[in-house]
Design a protein around this ligand. Structure first.
Ligand code: HEC
Ligand code: HEC
Ligand code: HEC
Ligand code: HEC
Length: 172
């Protein structure tokens, strides 16, 4: 008899787990999931309705006309401001004082809310030679060698921007 009890408890537990799963599933799975198979077609208008986080370089020109003009006129006008500085939406909202209260504390306390540039890592993302990158892009094959080639010495605190202006690429 004792053994039968174990069995009943086990079955009850499994039934509870399945019931729980179905209840949670019914709550969290969107209504239109499964209508077109695993693809949820209403995802497109939902995503399209989101506010874009990248604004494009023109959006920076009002307040940073100096950097914008230098960037536009120089050899570095292919990478956008936000390729290096990260998405600008929050920065611009906060800097235009568009209801700071709407945004989380993280942004209030760090009003720039942009990616912190290292002046090195962003540069190697594009300029360190790898298989995939177009051979037409000007590249360096080794960070250390590039320093040595131009009479510098690479140290842990070295940055590409010690020599290059990031906005124009011109060597200082
Ligand atoms: C509404 C005006 C405004 C716009 C638009 C704007 N910024 Fe700024 N930005 C500021 C102000 C104000 C500061 C703070 C300047 C200071 O601290 O001296 C700043 C600072 C910065 C800094 C320096 C951050 C730091 O940590 O020192 C960077 C980089 C920057 N902005 C990039 C951008 C980029 C990229 C865009 C376009 C996506 C942009 N900004 C658009 C007003 C603006
Ligand atoms: C190739 C990467 C890159 C691009 C593209 C870029 N920046 Fe920067 N920017 C940097 C780095 C790196 C610094 C930090 C300066 C340093 O390390 O000397 C910086 C600094 C700044 C600063 C702080 C003030 C200063 O000059 O130090 C502002 C403002 C700024 N950038 C705005 C812009 C705007 C606006 C654009 C587009 C028109 C832009 N940046 C495009 C990499 C970039
Ligand atoms: C998003 C990709 C990207 C990033 C990030 C980037 N660059 Fe560039 N860089 C380019 C492109 C594209 C060119 C233009 C190449 C061309 O037209 O042949 C260029 C050109 C250059 C040139 C050569 C200019 C010439 O003489 O023709 C230098 C030097 C340079 N970048 C340095 C840097 C430095 C320093 C950083 C970091 C602050 C950096 N780049 C970050 C894409 C990038
Ligand atoms: C010690 C100074 C110095 C440092 C640091 C430096 N560069 Fe340069 N770089 C130069 C000089 C000088 C040139 C020669 C072209 C010129 O005069 O514009 C150059 C040219 C380039 C070129 C053009 C291709 C070539 O080889 O001529 C690229 C791309 C470049 N640098 C990227 C970088 C990147 C990315 C970093 C950081 C990882 C960096 N540089 C750090 C001095 C420096």
């Amino acid at each position: 008899m004792g053994h039968a009890n174990h069995f009943v408890r086990l079955v009850a537990l499994i039934a509870l787990a399945i019931g729980g799963f179905l209840a949670v599933r019914a709550k969290v799975v969107p209504k239109d999931f499964g209508v077109d198979g695993h693809y949820r077609s209403s995802a497109i208008p939902e995503i399209a309705a989101r506010e874009p986080r990248h604004l494009g370089s023109e959006a920076c020109s009002d307040c940073h006309d100096k950097e914008f003009a230098a960037w536009k006129a120089g050899k570095h006008s292919t990478p956008e401001c936000e390729n290096c500085h990260g998405p600008g939406l929050m920065h611009v909202k906060v800097m235009s004082e568009d209801s700071v209260a709407k945004y989380p504390d993280r942004i209030k306390n760090n009003p720039n809310a942009l990616r912190v540039t290292s002046g090195l890592q962003e540069c190697t993302w594009c300029h360190l030679k790898t298989f995939e990158r177009p051979s037409t892009l000007k590249y360096i094959t080794s960070v250390e060698k590039h320093w040595t080639q131009y009479g510098g010495k690479f140290t842990p605190t070295s940055k590409c921007t010690d020599c290059h202006n990031p906005h124009t690429t011109v060597v200082k």
